[in-house]
Design a protein around this ligand. Structure first.
Ligand code: ATP
Ligand code: MG
Length: 389
């Protein structure tokens, strides 16, 4: 049996004149990623991408997982490709669904005929294949209103395809069609989800992590790398900057009033992030903040932080509840890593009573107690760069 993967384009198809560019970018990404797994042909026609293994040894499960992680794909499924002959289609459909039909109670058949030269109409194909399957599997009922499974027959130019229900793809728009942004990544639950959400809109990611050794450990950095590795399964490779942040943290602890320390720290993070973003050609910053979640994420704190950034700061989680964020973290497979208990520089230096309604002039007064500019230069000079795949 000749098995392939069919992937349907999502929003890409709506993009008018840009469509070709979007589709080409998506296919390039898919080819590059599949190439790491084995030899596959990737073709696109009529809003459907067909992934065909070039030998029977190719790992179709790995290829399917790869397709599931590509932005721009709305849905995908494994399918059986056969000759465009009604008898062959019926027989093959029976063979292809045999195992699945042991596990379900009802089905219906739907057909799409994009090759108009095929001598049967879509309703005729559905009827023929449906009654063949009903005869061959009498224990499975036909149910046209709410079947357990829809068996689909697609008669396309190149072949006829038989498949069962499609799965939801990664959605969004292809990476590389929307420019680049710098994501501030901690080891928590939120920032990997925020990074994923912006990447999903076609944005290429660069990342920055602030480390404060010896208060924070090597393991905490490895955790960040593992999180980015999981985001990179969707976004493609990510350049990570690890910034040594200890001196600035200690200066804040020693010089500033404790209740302002978080907000001053966040301003320094932003200042450094803006510099790195400019060096890398990133047009925005990304953070995982959600309004009201902690004291540094109040409206007042957010605006005191943003005041240092000439770049837009994207906070895709701003209106989300923790439960909603966790749901996405589980789906993209970052949750289990995020909850591993390694310290972050924020948690090490957390004040007992942070200001929830900071006034900018007070924040500036605290911040300016520190001669921070040379320390920022020093931190940037000592930045470490890693490529995460
Ligand atoms: P997260 O779950 O992403 O850690 P959080 O709810 O713990 O978020 P904070 O610790 O206040 O919230 O951090 C808010 C945001 O600031 C994070 O989502 C992240 O974007 C950024 N951030 C925090 N700590 C760091 C760090 N050490 N390095 C880089 N960015 C950081
Ligand atoms: Mg955190």
């Amino acid at each position: 049996m000749n098995e392939v993967i069919l992937a349907k384009l999502g929003e890409v198809v709506l993009k008018g004149l840009n469509r070709k560019n979007f589709e080409d970018t998506l296919i390039k990404t898919l080819r590059r990623r599949l190439h790491r797994i084995g030899s596959f042909q990737v073709r696109s026609a009529q809003s459907t991408i067909t992934v065909t293994p070039l030998s029977p040894q190719e790992d179709m499960d790995a290829a399917e997982a790869c397709v599931a992680h590509v932005f721009g794909i709305a849905s995908y499924c494994r399918a059986c490709a056969v000759e465009k002959d009604l008898e062959i289609i019926k027989q093959s459909a029976g063979d292809y669904v045999e195992e699945l039909f042991c596990t379900i109670g009802s089905f219906k058949v739907e057909s799409k005929r994009s090759d108009k030269k095929f001598p049967y109409t879509s309703p005729e194909i559905s009827r023929e294949v449906g009654s063949y399957l009903a005869d061959r599997f009498p224990q499975v009922a036909v149910n046209v209103h709410s079947p357990d499974t829809v068996v689909t027959i697609e008669v396309r130019d190149e072949a006829a395809f038989i498949h069962a229900d499609a799965r939801r793809g990664a959605g969004g728009i292809p990476i590389g069609t929307g420019g680049k942004a710098l994501t501030l990544i901690s080891g928590g639950i939120d920032s990997p989800v925020a990074s994923f959400m912006i990447a999903k809109r076609g944005i290429e990611l660069t990342a920055v992590h602030f480390a404060s050794p010896p208060y924070t450990s090597q393991r905490a950095e490895e955790k960040v790398e593992e999180l980015l590795h999981r985001v990179a399964a969707y976004s493609g490779r990510i350049k990570l900057f690890v910034v040594p942040f200890t001196r600035l943290q200690e200066a804040i602890r020693d010089e500033c009033r404790e209740e302002y320390s978080t907000i001053v720290m966040r301003r320094f993070m932003m200042m450094i992030a803006v510099r790195l973003a400019e060096m890398e050609g990133c047009q925005a910053l990304i953070t995982g903040e959600s309004l009201g979640q902690v004291a540094s994420q109040t409206l007042g704190a957010v605006s005191c932080t943003d005041e240092v950034s000439p770049l837009p700061v994207f906070r895709p989680l701003i209106g989300m509840d923790k439960e909603e964020i966790i749901e996405i973290a589980r789906r993209i497979d970052t949750f289990e890593v995020s909850i591993q208990p390694y310290e972050d520089c924020c948690t090490v230096f957390t004040p007992r009573h942070p200001r929830t309604r900071p006034v900018l002039s007070d924040v500036l007064a605290q911040q300016n107690k520190i001669e921070y500019q040379p320390m920022i230069e020093e931190a940037i000079a000592q930045v470490q760069v890693r490529m995460i795949y």
